[in-house]
Write a protein that binds this ligand. Structure first.
Ligand code: EPZ
Length: 417
């Protein structure tokens, strides 16, 4: 099991390029099966979740070449329509293939995704939308059996603006005759990137980024080239690393329009922020102070994925910081580990109150899930002494060589296998 060894207390200084967005590349790789030709995806981050997604593509019969940050997908050889249990358990967000497989093969057999570390992750909204498109769905023996032979366009209202359900509905309807409308759609930038990719392939989709997406079905989609947007969660994580160490960090290849909610919180905490479209400069706060109450919300609200890294940052802020986690029911597992490092945090249900400023000390801690693991990295960078973070595999799901990036900024961080 790999671990990260961090000797804290060093001010981060320097400039980094932000990696491509994990949550954009996963649905776009799934969408690639809809064309009959080759797709080339650029700015693809080197992540274990991308590795798993490529394994799903190969399991379906696609030919895939992954060289550095480019992935070439040839779906002309697709032969399967199933996602086996071991792949679904490895990455539950493989459920995003469901809509694409049904679109391509008119049937699908996928293992139930089940829950994960941050919650039970239901897919009822996905299945309800697919049924409204005419997909016949039965669930048995831990598998979801889908028959898409009698599908038709429909007007769909999502009970909650689910990112995955929005994406699955887009993928399931883009090759259907007629016009499908998704109301109360999720508005995340990753959905806009998916729309951009699909339209480049020949789809006719409008409205991504708003709460209403209109998909006019077409008969064929073509292989294209596409560059993935920057990862807004990774960008904000590295800004938190800079802020907690009192450093000056320059982010390049970032989309500052996608991180407005996080930049506002950093400014409220007293950090200096200068932003251009694809560049953000963070300069130290004279004295970090609480940003008050931070509530996670669907985009463009404060993202749930950055809650835990910013909670680590809040330990260095004067005053009480209140975090309300409105999206996932089990996204506070990093708190007991932060407390081991000296944090003063009390929780009640989905509310956590962080008393600051509390000096942190290095300790042996365990990453329990992806963003909670990133939170421990943020804390360790400011802690006095050495921190050992176990289960780095969770962090590697979403952060491309985190130790190399932070070393570029002057952190004393090593990976030990
Ligand atoms: C996507 O997950 C992201 N993952 C998550 O990022 C992110 O936290 C989440 O969106 C919210 O922004 C990918 O894009 C691969 P949802 P997704 O459907 O699509 C409930 C990370 O760290 N819900 O918007 O699964 C659900 O339980 C990951 O990068 C239902 O009730 O999120 C949750 O409470 C973690 N029924 C809420 O909606 C459903 O059918 C939001 O889920 C679907 C969702």
């Amino acid at each position: 099991m790999s671990k990260l060894i961090i000797d804290g207390g060093r001010r981060l200084e320097g400039e980094i390029d932000v990696q491509g967005a994990k949550n954009a590349v996963l649905p776009i790789l799934a969408a690639a099966i809809l064309s009959d030709g080759k797709n080339i995806i650029y700015n693809c981050p080197n992540l274990s979740d991308v590795e798993t997604t490529i394994a799903v593509l190969k399991n379906l019969g696609c030919k895939v070449k992954w060289e550095k940050n480019s992935v070439e997908v040839d779906s002309s050889t697709i032969s399967g329509y199933t996602i086996p249990d071991e792949l679904m358990r490895k990455m539950r967000s493989s459920i995003i293939f469901l809509g694409a497989i049904i679109s391509k093969c008119k049937k699908a057999e996928v293992s139930m995704p089940g829950g994960c570390e941050i919650g039970n992750r239901p897919i009822d909204l996905h299945l309800k939308a697919l049924r409204q498109l005419g997909v016949e769905i039965t669930e048995s023996h831990g598998f979801i059996h889908c028959d898409g032979s009698n599908m038709s366009a429909a007007k769909i209202h999502l009970d909650f603006p689910s990112v995955g359900a929005t994406e699955n509905t887009m993928l399931a309807s883009c090759l259907l005759d007629g016009t499908t409308v998704i109301e109360n759609a999720a508005r995340e930038p990753e959905i806009v990137d998916l729309e951009r990719f699909l339209n480049r392939m020949g789809a006719k989709i409008t409205g991504a980024g708003s709460d209403t997406i209109v998909i006019q079905g077409v008969h064929k989609l073509y292989g294209v080239e596409h560059t993935i947007i920057p990862d807004r969660i990774v960008a904000a994580t590295y800004l938190a690393c800079g802020a907690i160490t009192g450093g000056t960090v320059v982010l390049k290849k970032v989309n500052s329009n996608h991180i407005g909610a996080m930049l506002n919180i950093l400014k409220d905490m007293g950090a200096g922020i200068y932003a251009e479209k694809d560049k953000v400069v963070l300069t130290p706060a004279k004295n970090l102070k609480s940003a008050g109450t931070i509530k996670t919300m669907p985009y463009p609200g404060f993202p749930t994925d950055i809650q835990s890294p910013f909670m680590a940052l809040a330990t260095a802020c004067d005053g009480a910081s209140v975090f309300v986690e409105n999206i996932f029911e089990n996204r506070f597992q990093h708190i007991e580990e932060l407390i081991r490092m000296g944090a003063n945090i009390k929780t009640d249900g989905r509310v956590a109150v962080v008393m600051g400023k509390t000096p942190l000390t290095g300790a042996k801690v365990v990453a329990k899930e992806l963003r909670g693991g990133a939170s421990l990295v943020v804390a360790a960078l400011s802690a006095d002494g050495e921190t050992q973070i176990e289960n780095v595999k969770f962090i590697d799901r979403g952060y491309d060589h985190i130790e190399k990036v932070l070393s570029t900024l002057g952190a004393d961080i090593k990976r030990r296998d």
